[in-house]
Design a protein around this ligand. Structure first.
Ligand SMILES: Cc1ncc(COP(=O)(O)O)c(C=O)c1O
Length: 375
């Protein structure tokens, strides 16, 4: 059996054909495919505007520059990839780390306590962790009551829903971002996007994505002006051709992930392996996280990872608490009161989940894991 990673892309001949067709076209970048991809993302999510970018981190950076000002205080989660809170720092704003709930998402009740304590808090950056979309009712309530900005980091959650609300629709947020890295649900190689319902934010994102340059109809053909510092965070037509082709398969990808998650849940029933949450048919299951109390076992988590690797299986860990990273500690973070995150970090790890994972491979993962943990 080949090595089984924790995540992997699914590409077929249609994806390859779409890319090759664009390679033969006049535009390799900033051509019709970018616009088409952005429109398709709007259709899929229900958001009014979408801006595709070179990766999810660039999308977070652009959104943060559009939303935040220097010194703004932003509530965020320690349970994410570094990019979520790094983007707050890029905008010279200040992250405040809030503990998580049992499902791995930021605790919005605790966020409210922080908002009551400090009326100067400007925004919440939440992550729809693992594909489990943030509590929309609570977001709506917090946004209305405290007049704050909300960014949903939906890098894990394209294809997820909450009631009738789709991840990325921005019904209760100002911006949402996606990542199209190959381990995510659908890929453009590298790539990302921001969705929003605000024309003002949309226009700002477009300018910032392209060096801060503006060009108006009354200008001479060669003219452009720069009024603010932007970046080259453009995505190529080649990537967007792939994105358009992948988007057609997204619902199937999500369904396959859900089926895998269900099988894991069933296999671990009444065992020492606890799924992060009981099966949730609305989650898009970017990752499948389980918790094990290693204090009660002979084996450490590191040893488990090494033994699984020897058997050809790649486990992953989502995530090391961001506030405990050396760089964040150098900024004074690390001693926040986050008991759930700290306990979760000791116990959690992620199992392989991706559309191409076969039944046979999944059974092998389950058996190998059980054998090692029960040895
Ligand atoms: C929650 C989260 N946010 C942001 C990112 C950044 O996306 P990218 O890798 O496309 O820059 C990731 C990627 O792993 C992520 O998982």
């Amino acid at each position: 059996m080949n090595f089984i990673p924790y995540g992997k892309q699914f590409l077929d001949q249609n994806d390859i054909n779409a890319v090759v067709k664009t390679l033969h076209s006049d535009f390799l970048t900033t051509g019709p495919k970018v616009k088409e991809f952005e429109e398709a993302l709007c259709d899929y999510t229900g958001a009014k505007y979408a801006v595709a970018a070179s990766n999810g981190t660039a999308a977070l950076h652009l959104a943060s520059l559009a939303l935040l000002k220097k010194g703004d205080l932003v509530l965020t989660t320690p349970n994410s990839f570094l990019a979520t809170s790094n983007a707050i720092l890029y905008a010279k704003a200040k992250p405040i780390f809030v503990d998580i709930c049992e499902d791995g998402n930021i605790d919005l009740e605790l966020c409210e306590k922080e908002l009551v304590k400090n009326p100067n808090i400007r925004a919440i950056y939440g992550v729809s962790f693992s594909g489990n979309i943030l509590d929309q009712k609570k977001l709506k309530y917090l946004k209305e009551k405290y007049n704050i900005l909300i960014l949903e980091d939906n890098a894990h959650a394209i294809g997820a829903t909450s009631g009738s609300i789709k991840a990325g629709s921005c019904e209760n947020s100002d911006c949402s971002i996606f990542s199209f890295h190959p381990v995510k649900h659908m890929t453009t190689g590298e790539g990302g996007a921001i969705t929003t319902n605000s024309k003002k934010i949309y226009e700002k994102l477009l300018t910032l994505r392209n060096h801060g340059m503006i060009k108006t109809q009354d200008m001479a053909p060669w003219e452009y002006e720069m009024h603010e510092l932007g970046f080259n965070y453009r995505i190529t037509d080649i990537q967007c051709a792939l994105g358009l082709s992948q988007l057609k398969k997204l619902d199937n990808f999500v369904q396959k992930r859900q089926e895998i998650a269900k099988k894991y849940d069933e296999a671990f029933e009444n065992s020492i392996i606890k799924p992060l949450y009981t099966y949730n048919g609305k989650s898009s299951y970017h990752i499948y996280v389980v918790r094990v109390n290693f204090d009660r076992l002979k084996i450490s988590k590191k040893e488990l990872f090494l033994q699984m690797r020897k058997k050809g299986i790649g486990l992953q860990l989502h995530y090391i608490p961001i506030n405990k990273q050396p760089y964040y500690k150098s900024l004074g973070y690390g001693n926040e009161n986050t008991p759930f995150m700290d306990k979760y970090y000791k116990e959690c790890f992620s199992l392989p989940i991706y559309p191409k994972l076969s039944d046979k491979e999944q059974k092998y993962v389950i058996k190998t894991l059980m054998d090692i943990l029960y040895d």
